[in-house]
Design a protein around this ligand. Structure first.
Ligand code: DGL
Length: 269
């Protein structure tokens, strides 16, 4: 039994796709979430900046004595996973579990990957898929505007702007005939209905946040690290109010009183 919290971080709201799944399967665990809302997006930045931000986010979570860190961010997982070696606690990223799930799901051997520019440029999902099964064809597309649309809360299934943006981003995947699509940025599950409507119901969507949460459950079980308490605390690096209202919609519960703002710059340079 280990009642220390699980630490989860992302550039903003995206990592809540991991929290949503953790709430379902690990509701009894204590969880600390950090959303770097003052510096979102990460996915258009240089590798050096993403690594610097990731290290600060990890230090913040360690200051809360977490027992496990989940990088609930495709961009950090793609570019800064090596920082795990510097940590005194185990680390779970989102790329490996999602890539494996996609290889298991595809029937025609054609997988689409949607992510941020940094994620797509890193080739992280593609490499992991090809490591698992070299015969698969991978079609990637960077969708940076999705991050902004989700942060703005434009996530309704019939939102005209988000639907039009998605049509444009998904076209290359439809043309390539993929039967499986990895939502390789944790922000994207927030608009999975829109993506699903455009791709059609024969296409399987792999939610990277959900897969990472499953990997975390497996890790905690195998290492006898399960705990209890069920507390949730959310921290952000800019205004708590706007985060809380959209987070409430994504999680389906009111978290207004559980969100605090911190100064992330005080966690190392
Ligand atoms: N949610 C993140 C990801 O999974 C980051 C998006 C961003 O900040 O650009 O890539």
């Amino acid at each position: 039994m280990d009642n220390r919290p699980i630490g989860v971080f992302d550039s903003g709201l995206g990592g809540l796709s991991v929290i949503k799944e953790l709430n379902r399967v690990l509701s009894e665990e204590n969880i600390i979430y950090f959303g770097d809302t003052g510096r979102v997006p990460y996915g258009t930045r240089s590798a050096d900046t993403i690594v610097k931000y990731a290290r600060q986010d990890e230090r913040f979570l360690l200051s809360h004595d977490v027992k496990l860190i989940i990088a609930a961010c495709g961009t950090v997982s793609s570019v800064a996973s090596f920082t795990a070696k510097e940590l005194p606690v185990p680390f779970i990223e989102v790329v490996t579990p999602a890539a494996k799930a996609a290889v298991e799901a595809t029937k025609n051997g054609k997988i689409g990957v949607l992510g941020t520019s940094a994620t797509v440029n890193s080739g992280s999902y593609k490499n992991k898929i090809l490591e698992t099964d070299p015969s698969v064809t991978v079609v990637q597309n960077a969708c940076p505007l999705f991050v902004q649309l989700v942060e703005a809360g434009w996530i309704a299934r019939d939102d005209e702007v988000t639907v039009a943006t998605a049509v444009r981003y998904l076209n290359p995947l439809i043309e390539a005939g993929v039967d499986t699509v990895i939502l390789g940025c944790t922000h994207f599950p927030a608009i999975k209905d829109i993506i699903g409507d455009i791709m059609g119901d024969k296409v399987t969507l792999i939610n990277s946040g959900e897969q990472a949460a499953k990997a975390a459950v497996k890790y905690l079980n195998e290492h006898d690290l399960r705990g209890s308490g069920g507390k949730r605390r959310y921290f952000v690096s800019d205004r708590a109010e706007s985060f809380a209202s959209i987070a409430g919609i994504l999680l389906g519960s009111d978290i207004e009183n559980d969100v605090e703002m911190i100064n992330i710059d005080s966690f190392g340079g």
